[in-house]
Each structure stands twice: as C-alpha cells, then as structure tokens.
Design a protein around this ligand. Structure first.
Ligand code: ZN
Ligand code: ZN
Length: 368
C-alpha cells in the first residue's frame, strides 16, 4: 500500500497552496491512517507542500509505524503534535480533530483548516473500492444465510446477534456499527436498539447492519414482513422502494447533494408521508461509517473556508456535488409512530457510467 499512501499524500500536498499553508498537521486518527497506513490511537503526520512527510507516534506504535510507513520519516514522541509543529513553515491544523486545549498548547495562532483530508478521502482509489466491495459482499451473504432462520418468537436481539455472528464467521473483522433490528411498532424508531421483543406475525422487521473489513465499512438495510403483510404495509414498502430507486438513479457525478435527496424525498412527500421521513437520504462510506458527502435536504452553504484564506482550491472537492468513485448510501425511510416503519438502504458507488450497486440483496418485499 506504500505507493497508494504516497499518492494520497501528494494529492493532499497539492491542495495546500490554495489554503495558504506550507504544511498540514494531520491529527485525526482516521486521516493519519488514510495517509500512512498506520492505525493507532496516538499518531500525527505532518505533510508538507512538497509532499514530504514526517510521522510521530509513541512507543506503543513505533514498531508498527516503522514497518508500515516505509519511505517517510518516523519519530518517537508521545506529544505527537508538539513534536511535529516546529518542523515546517506555516502549518495549518485540522480544526475538526483538535481540542481547544490542544490548539492553545500549540500556541493558539495556527491556521485552522477544515475537512481538507476528508475532501481527498471522499473520492476512493481502487484499493479502497475493493475493500468496501468485500465488506458489502460479507453483509449480503450474512443476510442470505440468516434469512431462513427468521421466524416468529425470535427476539430482535437474537436476530441482531445472528447477523453479527454470521458476518464475523464469513470473514469480517468486526461490525461496521451497532446493528439495528426493529420489529412491529419499534420500526417507527429509525435508530432503535435491538430489544427482547419477539418477532410476531404481522410485523414488518427492519434490519440495518454491515460488516467491517480491513478498516472499511458496509451499510445495508432491509425491511421484511413476518407473514402476509397488511395493505398499508405493502403500500408503505412500495413507496419507500420507489423512493430508494429514484435516489439511486439520481446519484450521478455532478449531481448536487440536495438534489439527490430531493429525488427520493419528493416521492415520499407527494404520497403524503413527508413528515415521517426526517433524516437525510444517505452518507458517504469508507474508513468511517458516516463520512463526506452527506445527502440531505440542506442546501449547500458556503463550503467551510479556512481562516484567513480567500482563495479556494481549484477543484471543488465536492462539498456540494457527487463525483465519480464516491461510495454513498441511499436510505429513505418512512416511520409511522405506534405502527411501524420501512427503510431500504444500499451502499453504492457513484460512477460515470451509472451507480455501481455494492449491496445486492433483493429489494422485493420478502414475506417470511
Ligand atoms: Zn444503515
Ligand atoms: Zn447508513
């Protein structure tokens, strides 16, 4: 992966002049991992505009750092930010990843950069797309294997544990996030924690889960029916499915984020359920389960500007628009208080030739 990390640092370095910085002090743990390959709880990397870099970490990780970060200077120091700061000219810090106390320890007068590494991370390279693809395959396979076991009497917790066990048995390194299994009336709560409620005939059951694979995340939601669904349940399902399809078809390079959201939200609104779909349509997926870009109804504000910087980067890294090679979820839902809900979610990659679906489980209503 060394060549990959070198390329990522070069892409980042090329953005620095537009932010009027000679270097960036990267302290966000996920960002450090992205730029160097080192996963740790205490490391920072200084990337200069000439694309050279120095990494600092403490004694716990120094061995791994020397192994993983071939080709860049590595220093052992527990105050990782303090150790790197004097090693460059005008250095910007990551405002989103530094405490106020940490900022003032460094002098309190450094340019504060926002989401610069995140803007590079948003567009994935081939290595990353392969890992997200694998995470999604494991998620699909776990669902297919657990599906025949779903029956009335099984509790939400038991269903969640079955999905999670299966993903790990199939090769996942862990879970992408805390699984959601919401049955019957609990389906009205978008982020319901699995409870001891047993599945009952007549329930819709929403399952939102995903595998973690070598640091990369998958995210999928399916809603199934236990026994023949009532008319209102099938109608709700068909509506959410149509909205999910509309959102997916709108997820094209160049599309404004709020327009993708609107493609799905519009259908739900027209059907009279707008007030029951309160969350955003989707989010980026990568080294984090929720990352840039965020598909929501919010119209673009001015992208966050670094302090004291008037020039913008040449290329707008998509604070407001989708681009080729950006993985996102599309996950509309309708939640009816006291009755239940439906959410359908895929992880897909925005591509020039149209969306590449990564979670491939059927979206037909499964009646169990
Ligand atoms: Zn999800
Ligand atoms: Zn999601």
């Amino acid at each position: 992966m060394t060549a990959t990390h070198t390329r990522r640092r070069a892409t980042l370095a090329a953005l620095l002049p537009a932010h009027e910085a000679d270097a960036i002090l990267v302290t966000g743990g996920v960002n450090v991992r992205y730029l160097t390959g080192l996963a740790s709880s205490n490391a920072a990397v200084l990337v200069r505009a000439d694309a050279t870099a120095t990494l600092a970490t403490d004694s716990r990780y120094i061995g791994a750092a020397r192994r993983v970060c071939a080709g860049i200077e590595v220093i052992e120091e527990s105050d990782v930010a303090g150790a790197l700061l004097p090693r460059s000219g005008r250095t910007g810090v990551e405002a989103d990843h530094m405490s106020v106390a940490g900022y003032f320890r460094l002098g309190g007068d450094l340019p504060r950069l926002s989401k610069v590494v995140e803007s590079v991370r948003m567009v994935k390279d081939d290595d990353e797309l392969d890992l997200i693809r694998t995470a999604c395959e494991l998620t699909d396979r776990a669902f297919a294997e657990v599906l025949p076991e779903l029956r009335p009497g099984l509790t939400e917790k038991e269903v969640a544990r079955a999905l999670e066990r299966r993903m790990v048995d199939l090769g996942a390194d862990g879970l992408a996030f805390d699984s959601i299994v919401a049955s019957g009336p609990n389906g009205a709560i978008p982020h319901h924690s699995p409870s001891d409620r047993p599945l009952e005939r007549g329930d819709l059951v929403t399952m939102d889960f995903g595998a973690l694979y070598r640091g990369y995340h998958a995210d999928m939601t399916r809603t199934v029916a236990i026994g023949e669904p009532a008319g209102w349940q099938r109608e709700l399902y068909d509506l959410v499915r149509a909205a999910q399809r509309a959102g997916t078809l709108a997820a094209l390079p160049g599309a404004a984020l709020h327009e993708v959201d609107a493609a799905a939200r519009g259908l739900i609104g027209q059907a009279g359920y707008g007030e029951f779909f309160k969350h955003g349509l989707g989010h980026g997926v990568g080294l984090q389960i929720h990352e840039e870009p965020f598909l929501s109804a919010r119209r673009p504000e001015n992208p966050p500007e670094p302090e004291r910087s008037s020039r913008k980067p040449e290329r707008d890294h998509g604070h407001a628009r989708l681009e080729d090679r950006v993985p996102v979820t599309v996950e509309p839902g309708v939640y009816l208080p006291g009755r239940g809900g439906v959410r359908i979610e895929d992880t897909l990659v925005v591509r020039d030739g149209g969306p590449e679906l990564l979670t491939r489980t059927t979206k037909e209503l499964l009646v169990l």
